[in-house]
Design a protein around this ligand. Structure first.
Ligand code: NAD
Length: 439
């Protein structure tokens, strides 16, 4: 059993803390957000993440999971301190390290005995050295800094954390590496590797992974856009290439662009790192550029359908899906926000539905958008349905009811949720991404 502190109790920190507690460790999570800590202490999970609530409640009840706003309290008992702090993009695209380095400095002032300080935030190459220097400024005892990037996906974060494809440990200290290996042993019992490497390679691995995934999305979006032009069907093309084992089936789905708190900022940050080292990372610049235009594609399709933006004023749209992807309430950089802002600007009315993310979107758009409590209710008297996030519950609706409720049998689907032939049979005008519209 280890004593673990996790600083920053957001999507990564709360999942990591809960899963470390689940494997028998004593965990204390720290956050500066007093309201969040209060809720967590009172048995309320602060994010939507499938499977988290059961684990969270059990570990809280069995007193392996604790919460505090005081870093000093967490520092007293722990052997390992994880930093799961935000690293948002600064004005020049680089990852802003003020949270990470601020906490590192505090740790330096508070540290009284040997600890392993683990950076789990996504940070540019060289950050481990900066964290080490920030702690060393005040520290009077030994410590080690380890880079341990996190690869969990929101929506399946608990599964990903409990059974990671791999654990990456960037460390130049044998003592710290051993502590980390012991901590992660229960998560890799099926034989997935713990990869030990130097800190810089570990930091780079995280950016390389996210950039490669973003690249696949932008590549497929461009293939889909070209399919639209030449009359090919991207569904067929996707299967045709995904069966090649060198390519693989995953991450080949076109849509209205990637969002979330990671891909956009990590792509930006890696471009900036390259710039700092006078390297022109051309392919990543294109990935970002393609994604920006892809977020506008659905609105462009809607504009084209109505023959120009001036005909959109006064139209009422039902919108299904707001979170940046299914199974999360996270709306950071969500394409839905781009679609909402564009349509509102053109004078359209929007009635939106999302199983988990409506509260967060309401905080941004206020009363400008109406929110329905059921997916079907959003459809009433709408001129068209727009699908932006592919939640499973949208995949098999009662199409008769959808037809009765919509004013026009018209659907713009940004995630290719339905089969286009079936939609034709059902009597819908159906526009999706990279697939011919069946007339
Ligand atoms: P988040 O915004 O959900 O959580 C960060 C938390 O840190 C917030 O609760 C905030 O209140 C808290 N915080 C800020 N300053 C603090 C301080 N001084 N002391 C204590 N707490 C403080 O962020 P996240 O999505 O969990 O991401 C954290 C890091 O992990 C980022 O670097 C991100 O890139 C990386 N990451 C995120 C994901 C993901 O899917 N969200 C996946 C892998 C890696």
């Amino acid at each position: 059993m280890k004593h673990v502190a996790v600083v920053g109790t957001g999507y990564v920190g709360l999942v990591a803390g809960t899963c470390f507690a689940e494997t028998g460790n004593q965990v204390i999570c720290v956050d500066i957000d007093k309201a969040k800590v209060e809720k967590l202490r009172n048995n309320v999970v602060t994010i939507y993440e499938p499977g988290l609530e059961v684990l969270f409640k059990r570990n809280l009840r069995e007193k392996r999971l604790h919460f505090t706003t005081e870093l000093a309290e967490a520092m007293e008992s722990c052997d390992i301190i994880f930093l799961a702090l935000p690293t948002p993009p600064g004005e020049d695209g680089s990852a802003d390290l003020k949270y990470v380095l601020g906490v590192a400095k505090e740790i330096g002032k508070l540290i009284k005995s040997y600890k392993v300080v683990v950076n789990k935030s996504t940070v540019p190459v060289g950050t481990a050295d900066k964290v080490r220097a920030a702690i060393a400024e005040h520290a009077t005892c030994d410590f080690d800094v380890v880079s341990n990037p996190e690869f969990l996906r929101e929506g399946v974060a608990v599964d990903d954390f409990l059974k990671p494809d791999r654990v990456v440990i960037g460390s130049s200290s044998e003592r710290a590496t051993e502590v980390m290996q012991q901590l992660y042993e229960p998560f890799v019992r099926q034989g997935n590797p713990i990869l030990v490497m130097d800190e810089r390679s570990a930091e780079m691995t995280k950016y390389a992974a996210n950039s490669m995934l973003a690249l696949r999305i932008s590549f497929m979006n461009e293939i889909a856009n070209l399919c639209d032009k030449v009359g090919a069907n991207v569904d067929m093309v996707r299967r045709g290439i995904g069966t090649d084992f060198r390519i693989g089936k995953h991450f080949l789905y076109p849509g209205v662009g990637y969002g979330g708190s990671c891909f956009p900022k990590d792509v930006k940050a890696l471009i900036k790192t390259a710039q700092d080292y006078e390297y022109n990372f051309q392919i990543l610049k294109s990935v970002e550029c393609v994604n920006e235009s892809q977020k506008h594609l659905l609105v462009q399709k809607i504009e084209a359908y109505y023959g120009g933006r001036e005909h959109i004023a006064g139209k009422k749209f039902a919108m299904w899906g707001l979170s940046f992807k299914p199974n999360t309430d996270d709306i950071r950089e969500a394409p839905s926000l781009v679609v909402i802002h564009a349509l509102l600007e053109m004078g359209a009315e929007i009635v939106a539905y999302d199983p988990e993310a409506m509260g967060h979107v309401k905080q941004i758009v206020g009363d400008k958008v109406t929110f329905a409590s059921l997916a079907e209710d959003a459809l009433n008297d709408a001129d068209a349905l727009i699908i932006v996030t592919e939640w499973n519950e949208f995949r098999n609706p009662d199409f008769n009811s959808v037809k009765k409720r919509l004013k026009h049998h018209l659907i713009f689907d940004g995630r290719n949720v339905f089969d286009n032939h079936k939609m034709k049979e059902l009597g819908f005008e159906y526009y999706s991404i990279g697939r011919p519209t069946c007339q």
